[in-house]
Design a protein around this ligand. Structure first.
Ligand SMILES: NCc1[nH]cc(CCC(=O)O)c1CC(=O)O
Length: 299
């Protein structure tokens, strides 16, 4: 039997899905076929904030439930925190670099960009953290696939863009990065750089060999942090968990107002086994410090 892997048709989705397909074939000996699924997010060119979370995933989930496909690969950071009955995340493969990256004209770094430089990014988390740096830069919304975005720098429509380094690596275009942004300045989105392999519950055990326990724990902590804050706060949220060799987890989290004038940043440590609790507790710490008021300044 050939296993069917559902994927979006973008170059990044295809690259990610092909990597996972190769891993599945290597680890299980099964044959995997890619099946392209068009999602509402691919059909629309509206800003992602207007479309809402989940626009890229619901068509894939429908195809899983109807058995058109056996499993799907998502960029984990694009998955809504709520799961779906009958489906499960069977594996979280080893994470790619979670950091954000700057691609600027003429090889420039953030501090080398001239006064008035224009940076393309639509993500509130990135807009807020760039604003919090207090540099004489402005941001404009940008959408489209990675290739389209990179072209806007190459043809000088924009001075720079900010992207997830992981996407550029997977597309073989990491050499266009002019600065990797330190998480001290630009904390990534929860689960950035990680993939989620989703399937019906009857398929879970077959895909378990792909799971990387350190990545799963890191993502569990980051997403528990996000889910807890979503209840009380809708300001831009950033989080990054790092796992040490002796199974310690170090989670950093931030909530930033969109104009960058308020930024709350805290961290917590715990054990790998307590990943979920570390995330929830860090969110509680931030809420106690007024994370919900940071939201108030955003609205
Ligand atoms: N929101 C879009 C998105 N979803 C996943 C990635 C690629 C990186 C990843 O897997 O986290 C990107 C592009 C980007 O943020 O630059």
């Amino acid at each position: 039997m050939t296993w069917k892997l559902g994927t979006r048709g973008s170059a990044l989705a295809l690259a990610q899905s092909q990597m996972v397909a190769n891993e599945v074939q290597r680890l299980t000996g099964e044959t995997v076929e890619l099946v392209e699924i068009v999602t509402a997010g691919d059909r629309s060119s509206a800003p992602v904030q207007q479309l809402g979370v989940g626009v890229f995933v619901s068509a894939l989930r429908d195809a899983l439930i109807s058995k058109e496909i056996d499993f799907a690969v998502h960029s984990y950071k694009d998955l809504p925190t709520a799961g779906v009955d009958g489906l499960a995340i069977a594996a979280v493969p080893q994470r790619e670099d979670p950091r954000d990256a700057l691609v600027a004209r003429d090889g420039l770094t953030l501090t080398e960009l001239p006064d008035g430089a224009v940076i393309g990014t639509g993500a509130l988390r990135r807009i807020a953290q760039l604003a919090a740096l207090g540099l004489p830069l402005s941001t404009v919304p940008i959408r489209g696939n990675v290739d389209t975005r990179l072209r806007k720098v190459a043809n000088r429509e924009l001075d720079a863009i900010v992207l997830a380094r992981a996407g550029l690596v997977r597309l073989g275009r990491a050499d266009e990065i002019t600065e990797i942004l330190d998480p001290m300045l630009m904390l990534p989105a929860p689960a950035q750089g990680a993939l989620a392999v989703e399937c019906r519950t009857d398929f879970v055990e077959l895909l378990a060999p792909l799971d990387d326990r350190a990545t799963r724990a890191a993502v569990t902590a980051e997403r528990a942090f996000l889910a807890t804050l979503e209840a009380g706060c809708s300001a831009p949220v950033a989080a990054l968990a790092e796992v040490t060799e002796d199974d310690e987890i170090y989670l950093r989290g931030a909530v930033i107002s969109t104009d960058g004038s308020y930024a709350l940043r805290l961290s917590r440590t715990g054990t790998l086994a307590d990943a979920e609790e570390v995330g929830r507790l860090l969110a509680a710490d931030l809420l106690e410090d007024g994370a919900d008021h940071v939201l108030g300044t955003t609205a």
